[in-house]
Write a protein that binds this ligand. Structure first.
Ligand SMILES: [Zn+2]
Length: 290
């Protein structure tokens, strides 16, 4: 290839085009965004910011955000490349979000839901005390108002910067889901790419219905760790949505473009008459870590 061809490619205005990670097609960024970050050619699902995802699922202008002022403590005075508070500030600036999850209430085809959505663009969607707290409060609000709970996961797992406090979120969120379930509540869990570590080991795996996006990486530990620990070859496609659907862990695989319709259908089918449902246990608030 002549040098001039390379030069022309480098001169292409930056930020206007994106190359698909799977089919390598060059996509016009605005078209990609209009298609909810799904490649029009091969269906590859790029990450989608939490606010755009919520807008794509809920009825227009129905979202009422809650608990936006929660900020994590720096109990360990953790420093990696930057001190933890500096890292948080940089992530907030980059992502335009106060934390790696946003939560609140809204409606899907006029059906009310409590919703929490994780955002990969904020520290890899990692779960610290704030993410755990928002997921827990979302579930508790759903129990209290007797509406379905919906959590959309996109996370590398627990946030190491908050140490054991991050790990405690696994028990806290799971407890809230157990109480919601005991009260006859509906909880829908959507897994997007990636959903791993402490998130898949707690609330993401506990949905009454678990929906995964196509081709998402879903698993606890990475394949290399498992391979080295078990000293065995892993099957092809291990830890993908498709593999987990085949093995019964995931209930459905749904394209992001059809997710709203799918959730609406599930809510209509599984949550037809919420007012007549008995509440078996109280909606006492769980002790929270903050
Ligand atoms: Zn593609």
């Amino acid at each position: 290839m002549p040098w001039s061809r390379f030069r022309r490619k480098r001169d292409m205005p930056e930020g206007l085009w994106v190359q698909c990670k799977r089919c390598t097609e060059t996509l016009f960024k605005k078209d990609l965004e209009a298609n909810l970050n799904v490649c029009a050619k091969c269906g590859y699902h790029f990450h989608l910011p939490a606010r755009e995802r919520i807008a794509s699922i809920l009825d227009e202008s129905s979202f009422i955000e809650q608990w936006a002022d929660l900020h994590p403590p720096d109990r360990l005075a953790f420093v990696d490349k930057d001190p933890y508070p500096v890292k948080l500030a940089k992530s907030a600036k980059r992502s335009g979000l106060p934390e790696a999850a946003i939560a609140g209430t809204g409606t899907i085809d006029q059906n009310p839901v409590a919703i929490c959505c994780l955002d990969f663009f904020f520290m890899g969607g990692s779960m610290g005390t704030v993410v755990g707290e928002k997921v827990t409060r979302t579930i508790e609000l759903a129990t209290e108002r007797r509406i379905p709970a919906l959590v959309i996961s996109c996370s590398g797992g627990a946030r190491m910067h908050e140490g054991a406090l991050s790990l405690m979120q696994m028990a806290k969120t799971s407890g809230a889901i157990a109480r919601h379930n005991g009260a006859g509540g509906l909880y829908l869990s959507v897994l997007s790419n990636p959903t791993t570590g402490g998130v898949i080991a707690s609330f993401a795996a506990l949905g009454d219905v678990i929906i995964a996006e196509p081709g998402a990486l879903i698993g606890f530990a990475g394949p290399r760790v498992i391979q080295e620990t078990l000293r065995t070859e892993l099957p092809e496609g291990f830890q993908t949505s498709e593999f987990l659907l085949e093995h019964g862990f995931v209930d459905r695989i749904t394209s992001r473009l059809e997710l709203k319709g799918e959730l609406s259908k599930l809510i209509r089918l599984l949550w037809a008459y919420p007012a007549s449902r008995p509440t078996k246990i109280s909606t006492q608030t769980a002790p929270t870590v903050k």
